[in-house]
Every structure is written in C-alpha cells, then in structure tokens.
Design a binder for this molecule. Structure first.
Ligand code: SF4
Length: 431
C-alpha cells in the first residue's frame, strides 16, 4: 500500500486519534491523498444513531467509487458494532479503540511488521498540519453513566496521560507553530483522578510553561479547555483561569443537558440546576466576561413541556454565549433505550428550534457585551477565534500586511439590525 486517505467523524478526541494514526502511517512511508487511495482509514463516531448511519454510508460510497481500495474502520462505531461493519463489502479491517489508540498495534494489524523502537513513535503527535490550533487529548474514557450516552461502553474507564508527557507534547506543538492548544478528551474534568491528581495540577504546569521560540524568546500561546462539566471547574481551576487570562482562554464549554432537575435525574446526571447555575455565577464573578457554551439535549424520554420551558429559562439565566442543542437519539446499549415516554419527533424538532432561537438571542447579547474588551485572536486569514470563542474579523486595511497567526485587538461590536459582528482593532503586531 502506497497511499492513504483519512476520514474522521465525531469529536475532537477522535480528530486527535486520527492524527496519531496519520503520523504513524506517514512515518511508514505512505503518502496522504484526498481521493482514490490504496487504503482509507475511517475513524468513526457512535454518539448518535445519525453519526453511525453517516459513517456506514461513507464507507459504502468509498468502496463503490474506488474498486481495489481497502478500508480500515476504527473508532467508536468499530467498537460498538464490529459485526455490522465487517459485513460491508470492501471493509478489510475493523479495529476497535484498543488497536486504534496504539498506532503500533494498528500498523501490525495492517500487515506492517513494526518495531516500536525503530519506528520512533513519540507519545502523542508532533503537529496538526494546516491549522493554527492543535487538539491535544489529555485523557480518554469516562467513569460516569449518563443514561443517554454510549461512550463509556466504547471507550472504557477514564485514563489520564502524565504531566511530563503532556508538557512535552505542548512544547512540541508550540514549537511546530501552533498558537492555541485545545485540551480535549472524553471527560477532561476527571483528568488525573486515576493518578491521584486533579486537572488544576496540570493547568498550573501549563499556565507557567515557557516554550522557547526558534529565536530563543518565549513563544506566545494559549490553552483552551474543551468540554468540561460545570461541577468540575473547582475553585483552584477558576483561580488559575483568573490569574492567567492570556494563557488559559476564558471560555468554558459546560454541558448542561437539561435545565430541569427531574430530567437531569432521569438522565443520571449528578447535579441539580441550582448547582449548575451556582458554578456559572462563581466563575463569572472571578473572571472578566467569561464565555459559557453548552450542550442541551432536547426530547429526552418523558420530557414534558413544563420541563422543557424550565430548560429554556435556565439557559437564559446561565447567559450562554452559544448552545449546541441536539435531539435525543435512542442508542441500543444505553439506559435511555429502555425508558418509556419517547417524545414525538415533531415535538423534539419544535423544542430544538426554540432552544436555538433563544441561544441566538443570548449569543447576540454576549457579543454586544464584549464591545471594548481586549482579546487575542488566533487568525486563519483575516478572521479567527478570540479567547472567548467568538469569531472576530480584522479588516485587511487595519493590518498593513499579511495576517499573523495571532494578534491582540480591542473588540468593536458592530450592530446591524438583529446581528452583531465583532471586529478587531489591532493593538500591536501579532506572533
Ligand atoms: S459524562 Fe456522561 S455524557 Fe459525558 S462521556 Fe461520560 S457518560 Fe457520556
């Protein structure tokens, strides 16, 4: 096999896993291509029934369009329904998360006789080619058992990577030119528990980490926590975020799932609405205009109109900058699969639309509140993401040259009817 194509579904952790495999295969001499490869690696997701359907559809299309292509399917779907995948014509290998996470095992399965020493595979990755932001998986697996979630069954218990390994990987990624490192995983608030540590221990190290740039000066970079449970943002972590606003992005994606206690209990979530909102209030009091974003699951079995209304109210009270509202999707193998009271699809669609409408209003209000704030924007072209996870445009005439990777700006909220756009006025030349 000479050429390989990668297709990735799902979360940041999956994208990171693909990058680990990509680096291993390219190191073995395969060339990456977009089409017509000898080998296609499909890294799948099973978080919703829809994610599984899309992956199967793509696999069938690849096999149909490129006779002779061999397909290796990996990721969560390969773990949860290997038999179904093996029956698809053209699928040569179905490799569950165990093999996929160890690139050496993966290569052996594909017939490469690999000596790990000779391969010189470092733990983790060396770059996220073509991106200014890099994902870094700090842990895998989850010890919780939310009723709607299949992930613990396909990724196992929480396992954390060590501080020295992560410190080395952040250093490598920053030296490779990445100016934002997004810490991801399956349940990052549980990072360290299997090692007798807590996430704040890791964040303290990363907050102080100095990485020399190629000219010897300290490289500028920030880290962002991806999804983290509100109840796991403790006082120490909050204090670190407050003390290092340039290094730790003032943005927290805290899955809320529902704003009603009875629904949360049925989901087997471990907090109440009051506890969730108390965490938001505590963090908001400590940081300058932090951005809170959230996942909300609509149409969980038994969710009544009143319970949904409470979710809407709670979302407004939390003041989210953005919401990912997703409809309940019954997955065999989860506790929710057995639950009575499925909400009719048209009701789910209506609730999802109402949440999205409320979220759009909240997003507008949040953007307007940022007028005058000072931010570092990580650019890809003339627009990019601020620390508070807002899209900011820098008018080209303000830059006097090609856009840098990152730039410090003062934000201007430009209101046009119902829409608010954020523009950046550069303060100094970026990195
Ligand atoms: S915390 Fe719940 S939703 Fe998140 S991965 Fe674990 S079981 Fe799934």
């Amino acid at each position: 096999m000479k050429s390989v194509r990668f297709v990735t579904f799902g979360c940041k952790a999956n994208q990171y896993d693909t990058q680990v495999l990509r680096e291993a295969l390219l190191r073995r001499g395969l060339a990456e291509t977009d089409r017509g490869a000898d080998l296609v690696v499909v890294n799948t997701c099973t978080v919703t029934a829809e994610a599984g359907r899309k992956a199967r559809q793509l696999i069938r299309r690849v096999v149909r369009e490129h006779a002779g292509t061999k397909v290796a399917v990996t990721g969560c779907l390969a773990e949860s329904e290997p038999e179904i995948l093996r029956e698809i014509d053209g699928v040569e290998w179905v490799l569950g998360n165990g093999e996929a996470k160890r690139p050496v095992n993966f290569l052996r399965e594909l017939g490469h006789d690999v000596d790990p020493e000779e391969l010189g595979i470092p733990a983790g990755i060396t770059a996220f080619a073509g991106h200014t932001r890099a994902f870094l998986k700090i842990q895998d697996g989850c010890d919780k058992a939310c009723a709607f979630c299949i992930i613990p069954a396909v990724r196992g218990k929480s396992r954390s990577r060590s501080i020295p390994e992560l410190e080395a990987e952040v250093t490598r990624l920053v030296r490779a030119g990445h100016v934002e490192i997004v810490l991801c995983g399956i349940h990052i608030g549980h990072w360290g528990l299997d090692r007798g540590q807590v996430l704040a221990d890791l964040m303290e190290v990363l907050a102080r980490l100095e990485v020399p740039a190629h000219d010897g000066s300290p490289a500028a970079f920030r880290v962002r926590l991806s999804s983290i449970e509100a109840t796991e943002v403790d006082e120490r972590l909050t204090a670190l975020m407050a003390a290092h606003p340039g290094r730790i992005a003032p943005h927290l994606h805290m899955p809320m799932q529902s704003g009603d206690d009875a629904v949360l209990a049925r989901m087997n979530r471990w907090y109440t609405v009051e506890q969730y909102l108390a965490a938001c209030d505590r963090i908001r009091a400590a940081l300058d205009r932090p951005a809170f974003t959230a996942d909300i699951l609509v149409g969980f079995p038994g969710e009544t109109e009143e319970q949904f209304e409470r979710t809407l109210q709670t979302a407004r009270r939390a003041g989210f900058a953005r919401v990912h509202a997703f409809p309940f999707s019954a997955r065999p193998g989860t506790a929710a699969w057995e639950l009575a009271g499925r909400v009719p699809i048209e009701v789910v669609r209506d609730r999802r639309a109402r949440i999205s409408e409320a979220a759009a209003e909240l997003g507008e209000a949040f953007r307007r509140s940022l007028d005058g704030a000072r931010e570092t924007v990580v650019l890809e072209g003339f627009s990019g993401l601020s620390g508070r996870y807002q899209r900011v445009s820098i008018p080209p005439e303000r830059l006097h040259g090609p856009p840098p990777k990152a730039i410090e700006v003062v934000l201007e909220a430009r209101v046009d009817g119902d829409r608010t756009e954020l523009l950046g006025a550069p303060l100094e030349v970026g990195v």
